[in-house]
Design a protein around this ligand. Structure first.
Ligand code: HEM
Length: 864
């Protein structure tokens, strides 16, 4: 039979019949595709197939091709059978409204990281389902408001400090040519790491692409970008569990890293180390956890999706704008000069920018800085293919063109941002002045750039990006003089991420920048290695200004005298040291009612000083706790122990204002020296009441002996986070303390040294061979000899006191130790005081910005 032998059907040949049917089906399909949008002009082949637009993207120069096609065909162009590109910014509100109904196209699904077990991971950026988008975006949207973004400035400062340290170290003296674009990218990634998880990836410290993370992302984009133009193929090729068995799935190294950081944080929360990593600054990951805890109905994977969005959407993008701005500032030096003039003028007007970097509030409204950044945003949009949306089913008319429901329509930020009628005839070139126009025109131009997208899916992190940009650009412009080696080496490549490289420069400190003003007269000697036992445990340290002010009469405390320096009024610092939920106080300052000290002590105060006190430490803690509406404030009844550095009146305060459960910790020999106190002993210096009903714990440095640097130490929390140090000389059992405030990996370990009264003025410690005097301080004599020696009057064991000072000089010379003496008034207005923590002192550059401030005490005798 005809049918059975497969050759003929009803007398007709089957093969030609089938071929004819397929061919006519294809022709019909192509005709229908073509005819739906036949009224829209565009390149011939684009009307029938996606292949041209795939090829454009593979060149890495699709932005130029898109622009040229718009120049040729007009503002509405057909890029593919079902894809239209628009080029007029006036149409932005129609295509990208705030209301729902214009979902993202399948373009975005190709950008979802895929794993065989987990499938495609939706993130805020790439999800197309509008309901799901609302569900996962609404909880985090408030975190990205301008007011919630500004507290993240501290994280940007920390990363800036590292960047500057590294540029100084690697490139300033050596004059090596380096690619600034790499360093800007390292910076942007490390900022996002810091503000998302309080961890940098280490790009800056290591000066390289750690674990090839950056190249992995870039290679992923290279592979994904052609797929965005032909998403059905991505579904078969990249998001296919079967194929994924045979090759590495299209996830990122960074997805693995994100998962690891999240797991680490969960672990830290379980072990009570808290959401703020002990820093007192809340990163975004801890805020994401809080949100999921409050809303258990949110999907489990939300924290991963949010964190991933932050890292992927926020790092390369911001880096790209930084590169655009810096390349153009260097290629058009007159614009850099204008920017510097504006910054220097603002510096003068404000009586000096914040140190070490201008604060956001000091620069955010500077018009030329704003213009430079807007021009960077306009010139080179980091996401640089049309941002595609699907037209709702009833269709849509934009301009005079009707698009039936289901049509994919998009605008390329590159094309729109160069719209000459909106931005001027010179739209192709760098010209920040186009933003120095009337308020109305500026606002119109701002709403006409598509760099951050628009409408309902506008970039969530744009305030974060602006914060980073307005911090980085002034900091580098004020500090450095870059020289562009060859502008021709600058190259751009568009793979959806529109990346650049080749900003090859050399760098010097700019004349007049801070570092240049502080050359040393003598080369500093490297201090001996401190050999502090390693540990990953840290404490949070808060410096409390106890409100006690004292007058120090120089001959009692230090020698020789300096003419014109007849005495100084000083504060008295105490320290709140917290290890998780355990809190101790190192010193209590002066009790408010100091007349109620033992009579001998009160008499000493009257005779030797002028003393003024407003509050007891217990009151300071409790008032702060009452005034703050947040949980976790430390009250006087949360204090586990009071540690007296020594038993002098300006350190012992009033222990009776703490509950009897608070232990009093003292140095060796103090118990015997002090108690019985007054009134049992009429000549006692302390009170019986100070220890009534309370445990007194005397430290014995011989038990569990530990060496911390040159000191005998006692490991208070037994985890290496906080050491009491044997520091004799000034009084029986005098102790200082060393707290580890950052640790591990990228931040490295840093410490706060609490010097108590080991000496009463920083001039006893500095200059030293490790910290020679800066050249700008005009002092005759040895550049490494400290201004003072301790005085025998108040240092009865002079030899021991000098030995203690010698040891402290070693710590003071180490880059990772911040020395704070109990009465160093010079730093009071320059450091974070209670309730803020001082843990981030290193990132804030506090060591270099504060260590010579004490010289102002005798400025008349020096030429400062
Ligand atoms: C200069 C830097 C940045 C640029 C140019 C930029 C650009 C964009 C663009 C164009 C979109 C929308 C894309 C579209 O419609 O398809 C977007 C969305 C998004 N961006 Fe950014 N971005 C930047 C920085 C950041 C930062 C720092 C973060 C995070 C901290 C971030 C987080 C997001 C998120 C979560 C979305 C998705 C919003 C949504 O779909 O609702 N971006 N960004």
């Amino acid at each position: 039979m005809d049918f059975i032998n497969g050759q003929r059907l009803l007398g007709l040949p089957i093969a030609p019949l089938l071929a004819g049917l397929v061919a006519s089906g294809l022709v019909l399909h192509v005709f229908r595709n073509w005819s739906r949008l036949r009224h829209v002009p565009g390149p011939f082949w684009s009307k029938f197939t996606n292949i041209p637009r795939v090829l454009w993207v593979t060149t890495g120069r699709s932005h130029e091709i898109h622009y040229a096609i718009h120049e040729r065909y007009g503002e509405t162009v057909r890029f593919a059978p079902n894809m239209i590109s628009l080029g007029n910014p006036a149409w932005i509100p129609q295509l990208y409204p705030i209301r729902p109904g214009f979902p993202k196209s399948d373009f975005y699904r190709t950008l979802m990281p895929y794993t065989r077990n987990g499938g495609a991971l939706p993130a805020v950026f790439n999800t197309r389902d509008e309901e799901l988008h609302k569900k996962i975006k609404s909880p985090i949207a408030p975190l990205f408001s301008l007011s919630n973004t500004l507290p993240l400035e501290v994280f940007v400062d920390q990363t800036l400090a590292i960047m500057i340290e590294q540029i100084d170290k690697r490139f300033v003296d050596s004059q090596i040519v380096f690619d600034l674009s790499d360093w800007l990218q390292y910076f942007a990634f490390d900022v996002m790491g810091t503000l998302t998880f309080s961890k940098r990836y280490g790009f800056l410290e290591q000066g390289r692409d750690v674990n090839n993370m950056l190249s992995t992302i870039w290679n992923y984009m290279k592979r994904a970008s052609p797929m965005t133009q032909i998403p059905w193929f991505d579904e078969i090729w990249n998001k296919n569990a079967f194929i994924a068995t045979f090759r590495k799935p299209s996830g990122f190294t960074i997805l693995g890293l994100v998962a690891k950081y999240i797991a680490d944080r969960k672990q830290a929360r379980v072990s009570g180390k808290g959401a703020d990593h002990g820093r007192g600054d809340r990163d975004m990951l801890s805020q994401f956890f809080e949100l999921t805890a409050k809303s258990p109905q949110l999907p489990q994977w939300c924290v991963t999706a949010w964190t991933f969005s932050n890292v992927i959407a926020g790092s390369d993008s911001t880096a790209i704008i930084m590169k655009t701005v810096w390349f153009n500032l260097l290629a058009y030096p007159e614009t850099l000069s204008r920017l510097r003039e504006e910054l220097l003028q603002a510096d003068r007007d404000l009586g000096g920018f914040s140190k070490p970097f201008p604060a956001w509030k000091e620069v955010c409204d500077l018009p030329y800085l704003d213009a430079v950044i807007h021009e960077g945003l306009r010139m080179h949009p980091p996401f640089c293919l049309p941002l595609e949306r699907v037209v709702p089913k009833d269709g849509l008319t934009i301009g005079n063109t009707f698009f039936p429901g289901g049509t994919v329509v998009g605008m390329s930020p590159y094309v729109v941002n160069q719209h000459r009628p909106t931005f001027g005839e010179d739209a192709a070139i760098w010209n920040p002045d186009r933003w120095m126009v009337s308020k109305e025109l500026k606002a119109k131009r701002e709403s006409s750039i598509m760099t951050f997208g628009a409408g309902r899916r506008i970039c969530l992190g744009r305030h974060v990006a602006m914060l980073e940009l307005k911090k980085l650009v002034p900091a580098l412009a004020l500090k450095y003089q870059f020289a562009l080696v060859d502008a021709q080496r600058y190259k751009v490549e568009n793979r959806w991420f529109f990346r650049q490289y080749g900003i090859d420069v050399t760098v010097k400190h700019r004349a007049g920048s801070e570092t240049e003003q502080i050359p040393f007269l003598t080369r500093p000697k490297t201090p001996p290695h401190l050999n502090i036992p390693s540990s990953t445990a840290i404490v949070t340290v808060r410096v409390i200004d106890s409100t006690a002010s004292l007058f120090l009469d120089p001959p009692l405390f230090w020698q020789p005298s300096i003419q014109g320096f007849e005495g100084v009024h000083v504060p008295t610092y105490c320290f709140l040291v917290s290890s998780g939920e355990r809190h101790v106080l190192f010193d209590l300052g002066v009790r408010r009612d100091w007349n109620n000290y033992a009579p001998k002590t009160a008499d000493l105060i009257r005779r030797t000083t002028q003393c003024h006190v407003d509050k007891n430490i217990s009151e300071i803690l409790d008032e702060q706790a009452d005034a703050s509406h947040s949980n976790g404030q430390v009250r006087s009844n949360n204090i586990e122990a009071i540690i007296w550095s020594h038993h002098h009146f300006d350190h012992i305060g009033d222990p009776s204002t703490f509950p009897a459960s608070t232990t009093l910790v003292v140095g060796p020999g103090v118990s015997q020296d002090c108690w019985p106190g007054y009134p049992t002993r009429s000549d006692a210096m302390v009170l019986d009441e100070d220890i009534k009903g309370r445990e007194v714990r005397e430290i014995n440095f011989g038990v569990r002996p530990v060496k911390v640097g040159p000191f005998d130490a006692f490991d208070y929390f037994e985890d290496g986070s906080f050491y009491l140090l044997d520091s004799p000389g000034h009084s029986v059992g005098h102790m200082t303390a060393l707290a580890r405030v950052t640790t591990g990996g990228l931040d490295g370990d840093s410490f706060v040294f609490m010097g108590a009264d080991a000496c009463h003025h920083p001039g006893v410690l500095r200059p030293s061979e490790y910290l020679p005097i800066p050249a700008r301080i005009n002092r005759n004599g040895d550049a490494t000899k400290s201004f003072f020696d301790v005085s025998p009057v108040l240092f009865p064991d002079l030899a021991a006191a000098r030995e203690t000072v010698r040891k402290i000089k070693e710590l003071d010379g180490a880059d990772n130790v911040l020395v704070i003496l109990a009465h160093d008034g010079s730093i009071k207005n320059h450091i974070n005081l209670f309730p803020k923590s001082i843990n981030n002192w290193r990132a804030k550059g506090l060591r270099s910005s504060t260590r010579w401030l004490f010289c102002a005490d005798f400025s008349a005798a020096l030429m400062l």
